[in-house]
Design a protein. Structure first.
Length: 485
């Protein structure tokens, strides 16, 4: 090959950019990782957003997919400072009658809370948890013929169902249906949409496999461990390097972009074919989020004891109420009672707040690009299940969709999933091609959550993009399967 400054350059240091950089560096290449901000991490950052001593996760907070990522599990991240903490209850879902349903690692303990639905729940979720080592690599990658078609078919038949329909067909109790709705709503889609069951099934299965962990010290700890390992391999990092043009980049045989189609068009659109540009221009972004972080004088006083043991709380009451709120949001309306995802990391991680005090993190879905202040609506939803919550607020920090995009340019219109994750963009994101990671320009690749398998902290988009680049540019073929460290 002609001499270049680097073998590969990776633009963007979110979990997928880090995964891509590590994969290329592991292959013995010289790799430069570029980041526009002064710290590495993308959605994996932690900062004092409210008061001194209160550490808040700016975007991602709870990480079941990071802990179960087929790629991350091959890396010695614990040796580089990463420690996961596991709350006793993975997630809790309170109802208006003062009770709550808890997702516990024990399948028996979970189904005991809605015993009429015990058999149905076990048949829906049990196989996903049991088969995850085979399912995970197939689900968390590009569309291809699975190594175990029967296992994948068993998952697909359930996962492709609309979440509302699955609940109607298989679950009878209010408790089980509510727990299910909260899980499926992570898709940021109406629950009547095809394939919304897939995310719900995976998240429930993760809870039963080992729980929903949070990284000690904040989400930044994941990025720091990944960066430390990358540098230990000989990789180079440069921060405060915001890329707007290919002309800014040092010479390299391959460039991988941890960005979404909109930014990719701005940086490299002139290099692409007319067809590829047309496809990228048609890429669809979804609902945004409105986020609140609180510094608190004490723990959130949830009425239901299960909520006081959970790292994550889903606030939305019943299946019907959550379905209604998510549909309104998708249609461009702000619901009075939005579905709220809340995390209370400081209950389990003393590094997050001064002694005796606490942090809390929450967001709700809002229409794409919304600038409406949803603080009061979110706090009302918390107060609904934790009377006296507002009295414990010392300070708050809020971010609307515009501010989310200013923080991370991948969050177009506040969309933290890198684009709509519906059946039309599930495996064909960002475009319909034999390899979704290849662009039409030689040596240029996209490795963000706008490629399969989509949003979440798992690094699999970056890993698969790097595999493709290694094969295309360097004639390096990695083993077909990943082996845990």
């Amino acid at each position: 090959m002609t001499k270049r400054d680097f073998d590969a350059v990776v633009v963007g240091s979110g979990p997928n950019g880090l995964a891509a950089a590590i994969t290329m560096q592991q292959a013995g290449l010289s790799v430069l990782l570029l980041e526009g901000k002064d710290t590495i991490g993308g959605g994996l950052r932690t900062a004092e957003l409210t008061l001194p001593g209160f550490q808040h996760d700016i975007c991602s907070a709870i990480h079941p997919m990071a802990a179960e990522s087929p790629f991350f599990k091959t890396l010695p991240l614990q040796a580089h400072g990463l420690e996961y903490l596991y709350p006793p209850v993975a997630a809790a879902h309170p109802l208006d009658n003062g009770t709550a349903t808890a997702l516990e690692q024990s399948m028996a303990a979970t189904v005991a809370q809605f015993s009429p639905d015990a058999k149905a729940y076990e048949q829906l979720v049990g196989p996903v948890a049991k088969d995850w080592l085979e399912l995970g690599p197939a689900i968390l990658g590009p569309l291809r013929f699975p190594e175990n078609p029967l296992v994948m078919a068993r998952f697909g038949l359930k996962g492709l169902l609309p979440a509302k329909l699955l609940a109607t067909l298989f679950l009878k109790t209010t408790e089980a249906r509510a727990l299910w709705a909260g899980m499926a709503a992570h898709a940021q889609l109406p629950l009547a949409n095809v394939a919304t069951s897939a995310i719900g099934l995976v998240l429930l299965a993760m809870g039963h496999r080992q729980g929903w962990p949070l990284p000690k010290g904040g989400s930044q700890s994941i990025a720091s461990a990944l960066t430390s390992y990358f540098v230990s391999l000989g990789g180079q990092v440069q921060t405060n390097f915001y890329v707007k043009s290919l002309a800014q980049l040092p010479s390299a045989h391959a460039v991988l972009f941890d960005i979404t189609p909109r930014q990719l068009l701005g940086i490299a659109g002139h290099k692409f074919s007319a067809l590829y540009k047309w496809q990228l221009e048609r890429y669809r972004y979804g609902m945004g989020v409105f986020k609140v972080d609180w510094a608190l004088a004490g723990p959130i006083p949830f009425t239901a004891p299960e909520c006081r043991q959970a790292g994550t709380i889903h606030l939305g009451n019943t299946l019907e109420e959550i379905t209604h709120a998510e549909q309104l949001t998708w249609d461009g309306t702000h619901p009075e009672k939005p579905f709220v995802l809340l995390a209370q990391q400081s209950l389990f991680d003393a590094t997050r707040a001064p002694a005796g005090q606490h942090t809390a993190w929450a967001y709700c879905h809002v229409p794409h690009g919304s600038t409406k202040d949803m603080t009061a609506a979110i706090e009302q939803q918390v107060e609904r299940y934790a009377p006296g919550f507002r009295e414990r607020i010392l300070a708050r920090s809020v971010m609307n969709t515009v501010q989310m995009e200013e923080y991370n340019s991948n969050y177009i219109g506040g969309d933290i999933n890198g684009g709509v994750l519906d059946i039309g963009q599930l495996f064909t994101r960002p475009v319909l091609r034999l390899s979704p990671y290849q662009t039409s320009a030689k040596g240029l690749y996209i490795c963000s959550s706008s490629t399969p398998p989509g949003g979440g902290v798992h690094g699999m988009c970056g890993y698969h993009a790097a595999r493709r680049a290694l094969q295309d540019v360097f004639d390096v073929r990695l083993p077909a399967t990943l082996s845990p460290a």
